[in-house]
Design a protein around this ligand. Sequence first.
Ligand code: PLP
Length: 396
Amino acid sequence: MFETIEKLPDDPILGLLAAYRSDNNPNKIDLSVGVYKDETGNTPIFDAVKKAETQKLENEITKTYTGIEGDPVFCDAIQRLVLGDDHNVILEKRSAAISAPGGSGALRVAGEVINSVNPDACLWVSIPSWPNHTPLLGTAGLTVKDYSYYDGENHVIKTDEMLSQISKLGKDDILLLHGCCHNPSGADLEMDHWKEITRLAQQNGFTPFVDCAYQGLGKGLDEDAEGLRYMASQLPEMIIAYSCSKNFGLYRDRVGSTIIITENASAAEAAQTHMKSVARRLYSVPPAHGAIIVGIILGDEELKTSWKNELNEMQHRINDLRTLFTGSVKNKVSSHDFSFIKSQYGMFSIMGLSLEQVSRLRDEFSIYMVNNSRVNIAGISPTNVEYLTDSIATVL
Ligand SMILES: Cc1ncc(COP(=O)(O)O)c(C=O)c1O
């Protein structure tokens, strides 16, 4: 069967990381892969995670399977984290959650459930979006189409075009939105956008599907969920795919959650049986370690406060780096205005450089970014920013 099998190309972003690692230039900078990094370039483990892991180690008495839905403490805590304890959806028990293998697993479970309950469903993905959205959800059987989102020349959301397209969606359409920290653009929906999209969903019956992979890394834990909380408070149905990879730093432990909001509590219970049925045939039961850690942290006031503080520091550091970069590049480049970087949120922005300029930065200066000039802001630091902006000035 495999006699004539041919190699597939490397994943483009992970391929960049490999090239960065083998680069001997002492000034090299990695702005490619989407993981948080501290000033030393390390992706740290949260203190609260370490402490929760110690607790878990001491108290764990079995490694037997969890239920298909995963750890129930985690499932409850994650819904409260994203929606807020006093949200009407929580009080009315109109949502159901399962623990999934990361945000990717959560997206896939949601995609499979959508496809099984409505094989005619069409999923609308922003241009641009996280590059894995389309392959991951398209192979769940959904038809995938694009809607206009970001104007890369003027570095703003294409509000009119986007809303005009969304206004044409109907009951078989699923609108994929980024809860916050839009990947790759960093251009987040404002409250007015959330309100108008909600009004259109009420009017035309499409279902919003919110990918929430960066809660707490944009403006703050509650602020980053404001739009989706508003939407959930107004609409009968909504889907959320949640990732704990970035905001708990649990990347490799694979922690995420699919949350389905329905019109009433019994529909939510039914939705959970569908999520479990999908999970059973995809991977049987989810990994438990990271989900238990998140459950411990969110259930312990001291650990929760410590986690929030650390997340807050990360968020502030990213915003400070945005200001640092903008200030540094401003004095060196007059042909381009990079001030938009300061007004965007989360780890990513698209610099607006050509492929040729991106290639020169990589080949001549060992500065690595994705071909569309998406950068991970967390890869910038006070020690490399001058080299980075000097190099950008040279290629411009
Ligand atoms: C927008 C978006 N959604 C989902 C994910 C998937 O996250 P996870 O690593 O938890 O699967 C990512 C990861 O980068 C992302 O950027």
